[in-house]
Design a protein. Sequence first.
Length: 255
Amino acid sequence: MSRPELITVTPETVEKTGFFCKMSARKEAGYQRKLAWLKARFDEGLQMRLLGDGERGFIEFIPGDFAWRAIRKAGDYLVIHCLWVVGRSKGKGHSTALIEEALAVAKAGGFKGVAAVTSSGNWLIDAGILARHGFESVASTAPGFDIMVHKLDPEAPDPVFCGGWRKKLEALPGGGRGLTVFRSDQCPYLDNAVRIVADYAADNGLALREIEMTSAKEVRRLSPTPYGVFAIVKDGELLAYHYLSPKELAKRCGQ
């Protein structure tokens, strides 16, 4: 099977190419926030490849010191934020092409490997996809998170999770009573996810606290989950680390 065209997204082209997600909603706040976030990340070494030739998928990766995941000791690695191939583009080897691109960039840039946070749940890469390409788990934490690495240098140190998840929840003002949402602009769908939480809080007379993380350092310091860029907390307990529909949110809140 022939390798698909890969389109490199740059500061000069991102306005034209977009970044795959929410392409039909470029005027929405979530899209615009992600666009601004991307423009700020290019100087940190972020790279993105889109599938060309009419195929649908992309990969986003960044040097580990600037990764928006709650991991430490990842400076020797490129860290994949997102890998997504959808619809009729699945099953054609496109994930392989995108992963091989990240490995090639890591090798050319002198990195000692490529890493990613995976999850058995939603909104993160499935560990099995990376395992098929030579990635191995070097750290695990509940519920179902792993740090997967493909080492170009066998002696490279392993990244680790930031941890302290419970302490970060306990540090919330007032014990985190009501609803708290941790958010960032790394994913354009998170703006809508925050709106769902805000609407639920207003409809049910609950206090709402929004904690916005605006740097990779803040993600490592504040996030109560390895995903890093989003979390929903109720009365000091983690409800979800990912987008919830209104129905799912109500159910997890006991309705």
